[in-house]
Design a protein around this ligand. Structure first.
Ligand code: PGA
Length: 252
């Protein structure tokens, strides 16, 4: 079977983190101006950090971000409420509060119970809340060094919805820096939006920094669309913008 990509993703190359922040903020600003009460999908990794900083600056200059609803891409399973590395904490403290978004418009899966059944229910609730909101308007994502999207690790089904997943060893290793350098301290499970959920967003903004992402990004952009590299699925999304630094685009 031959499948023709829906549209080539637009790729914006940036020289440094500040430029990445500005270019990504241009897209978010355009979205907020068109839809002041829109649904923004939030990724929690390090790559979008310059974007949050730039949006806070623009809010000070009058950009109205306080009407947005923020929807998280994923959350660890088993971290207690208020844990500094929980994504609820990140989205609330690092994104929602500085952008003036009230807590009741912050939608993060409830990963506080380590019980698998409770986490499974929380994932279903997340999927339903996204549907009830009418879907995500603009979804910000990063890419893992192994090509994951959200916490959809290699092998994740394209048709997947929000669910509980096991984290790949590579992901726990990459995220160990947030847990005192110990990969075993990184939770082994997470709740993530599914690949199908991410693909339902109307516009996907992928932000990528650093040469550790170069191989995965090159494969996602130019390789076959395959479940063994989840980010390659973006080739089939009708509207994707990729903002990446030269290091990340090094292999392209
Ligand atoms: P990063 O990670 O934003 O820290 O680069 C993204 C990811 O692993 O999905």
């Amino acid at each position: 079977m031959t499948v023709t990509p829906a549209a080539r993703p637009e790729v914006v190359t940036v020289g440094d983190a500040d430029e990445l922040g500005r270019r990504a903020a241009d897209i978010v600003s355009e979205f907020v101006e068109a839809e002041p009460r829109g649904v923004l999908g939030v990724a929690t990794g390090s790559s979008p950090e310059p974007l949050w900083a730039e949006l806070v600056r623009r809010r000070r200059d009058g950009l109205r971000t306080d009407g947005l609803t923020l929807v998280a891409l994923d959350e660890y399973v088993g971290l207690p409420a208020g844990h500094p590395e929980s994504y609820r904490t990140f989205v609330r403290d690092r994104v929602a509060a500085p952008l003036g978004v009230d807590d009741d418009r912050v939608v993060v899966p409830d990963g506080t119970s380590a019980d698998l059944l409770a986490a499974t229910r929380a994932a279903e609730v997340h999927e339903r809340r996204i549907a009830d909101l009418g879907g995500v308007g603009l979804q910000i994502v990063g890419i893992g060094a192994n090509g994951h999207l959200g916490f959809n690790e290699p092998g994740s089904p394209f048709r997947s919805l929000s669910r509980v997943v096991e984290l790949a060893d590579r992901t726990r290793l990459d995220n160990a820096r947030y847990f005192g350098g110990d990969p075993r301290a990184v939770p082994s499970r997470a709740i993530t939006q599914g690949l199908s959920t991410i693909m339902s967003a109307r516009h996907v903004l992928l932000v990528v920094r650093g040469r550790t992402k170069a191989v995965a990004l090159d494969a996602a952009l130019h390789g076959p669309v395959t479940e063994s590299l989840p980010a390659s699925l973006l080739q089939w999304h009708p509207r994707v913008t990729i903002i990446a630094d030269r290091e990340a685009l090094g292999a392209s």
